[in-house]
Structures are given as structure tokens and as C-alpha cells.
Write a protein that binds this ligand. Structure first.
Ligand SMILES: [Ca+2]
Ligand SMILES: [Ca+2]
Length: 252
């Protein structure tokens, strides 16, 4: 057949146009710390190590960390968190992937973002003391590509053949340890506060990461949006159901 009839060609055209190579990701954990440590979409509750939950954030002294024990293997994912440290000089651990048994992990390092064990520090001045920042990390297990962002701006990327950024998976549980130093060095931590933590089951695009950094869902709307989300592309999810979720970040 040399020429498609219009009745066939038009549907094919729309199939092609409607199939972009856009990342489709499910949000699998969403913590907004609105008075508790629970997952607003029904997943596991965070495990605290001291610290205090207010109506909007988790406030902590150094090493009063949070543990997330996700019931799935996470080799491709996006992790995003909005937090502030009172100290950004030296090494201050933000995320540990080895259940506190390794010095490797994601640090604020002299006000830069560094995934120690995977890549060097990013640009200077990415963080300031007592100022909220959004840190995001994406990992694609097909390519082993890991990208780190601060406030939507890419800081670095590297090929993670050594799975430095893969959370340890033991007994059916992947463990992220937040804002707490490992047992190797113990003191690389800071006091501060965390506003929210989100985990997706796939690497988000740079545009989606930027969107996370500029919109902060209000607690009540998070509940509403959590009910209607499901398996949707994050970009589409936000556009179709959560247009009211965009709000001016507070405290930044
Ligand atoms: Ca350490
Ligand atoms: Ca919050």
C-alpha cells in the first residue's frame, strides 16, 4: 500500500504524537511532616531517631535522623527532599544508602553537593546555612546514570557502576537513612529541619525536577492529590490534577 487513507493516517499520526519519550514515574513515598511521619499516599512511616515533628516539618539536632524502609528494590528512582542545615561547612550527611555502615553517601560538603564514593563535589555555594534547599537525586539502572540537583540545577552526573547510590536491599526492604552520619565517621551531621521527602520509582526529567523545586504542595492538597494520582506521568499528574498544588515556597 503506497498511500494511507485519511481514516488510517490520522489515528496513526495521533498515536505517534501521543507517545513521547517522557519519563513515566509513580510517586511511591510522600512525606510532608504535617504533624506526623506518615506517608501521605499510604506507604511506610518514617522511623525517627529523636527530633520533633511540627505541623509542617521535622526538626532535628545533629544525627537525629530519619530512616525510610521501603518494601521494594530501588535501583531506578528519584529521591527529592527539601531541607535546611544549620551548618554547611565540612561534610554533613544528607542521605546514606548503606544503613550507616559506609562513609559513602550524599553530603553537603562545604556548601556543595557531593556523592562521596561516586563523584566529587559540585559547584560552590549550592547551600547556605539555615536556608531551605531542594536536593534531588535520580538513578537510571539501565544506564547507571546518576544525576544530582540542587534547587532544580544539575550539580553533576556520573555512571554508577558500583551502585553507590543504590539503597541497600535486605530482607525485602530498601533502606535510606536521612540526615544522619554513618558509624564510620559519626560526626558528619548537622542540626536543621526537613520540609518534605518524596520518592519516585523512576528517574524524573530535569524539567520535572525543576518543577519539584519551585512548587510546594500544601498539606491538605497533598492528601487530595494523593488520592487522585496513581500511575500517571508526573508532569501530566501535576498539570491535570494538581494545578492548585503550586504554591510559593515558604521559608526559602
Ligand atoms: Ca560519614
Ligand atoms: Ca512540610
Amino acid at each position: 500500500m503506497r498511500i494511507l487513507s485519511s481514516s488510517i493516517a490520522i489515528p496513526l499520526f495521533f498515536v505517534l504524537v501521543a507517545s513521547p519519550a517522557e519519563t513515566v514515574a509513580d510517586i511511591i513515598h510522600n512525606y510532608d511532616f504535617s504533624g506526623n511521619l506518615s506517608d501521605s499516599i499510604g506507604g511506610v512511616t518514617l522511623i525517627p531517631n529523636g527530633g520533633m515533628v511540627t505541623s509542617s516539618e521535622y526538626q532535628f539536632l545533629a544525627n537525629q535522623g530519619l530512616a525510610l524502609q521501603s518494601p521494594r528494590a530501588l535501583k531506578s528512582y528519584t529521591l527529592a527532599m527539601r531541607f535546611r542545615f544549620s551548618e554547611v561547612s565540612g561534610f554533613r550527611k544528607a542521605v546514606d544508602f548503606e544503613n550507616l555502615t559506609s562513609d559513602n553517601g550524599l553530603y553537603v560538603s562545604d556548601a556543595r553537593l557531593e556523592l562521596y564514593g561516586g563523584t566529587g563535589a559540585g559547584p560552590d555555594g549550592a547551600f547556605a546555612a539555615n536556608v531551605f534547599s531542594v536536593v534531588a537525586l535520580t538513578r537510571n539502572d539501565s544506564t547507571k546514570n546518576v544525576i544530582g540537583y540542587v534547587n532544580g540545577i544539575k550539580q553533576w552526573e556520573f555512571t554508577d557502576n558500583g551502585e553507590v547510590a543504590v539503597p541497600g536491599f535486605t530482607s525485602g526492604v530498601s533502606t535510606f537513612q536521612f540526615i544522619k552520619d554513618d558509624g564510620v565517621t559519626s560526626a558528619e551531621a548537622s542540626a536543621g529541619a526537613v520540609d518534605w521527602i518524596k520518592v519516585y520509582d523512576a528517574p524524573l526529567s530535569m524539567a520535572d525536577i525543576a518543577g519539584l523545586s519551585t512548587s510546594v504542595p500544601e498539606p491538605g492538597l497533598v492528601m487530595i492529590c494523593g488520592l487522585v494520582s496513581g500511575s500517571l506521568a508526573v508532569r501530566g499528574w501535576r498539570r491535570r490534577h494538581c494545578s492548585n498544588c503550586a504554591a510559593t515556597p515558604t521559608g526559602a
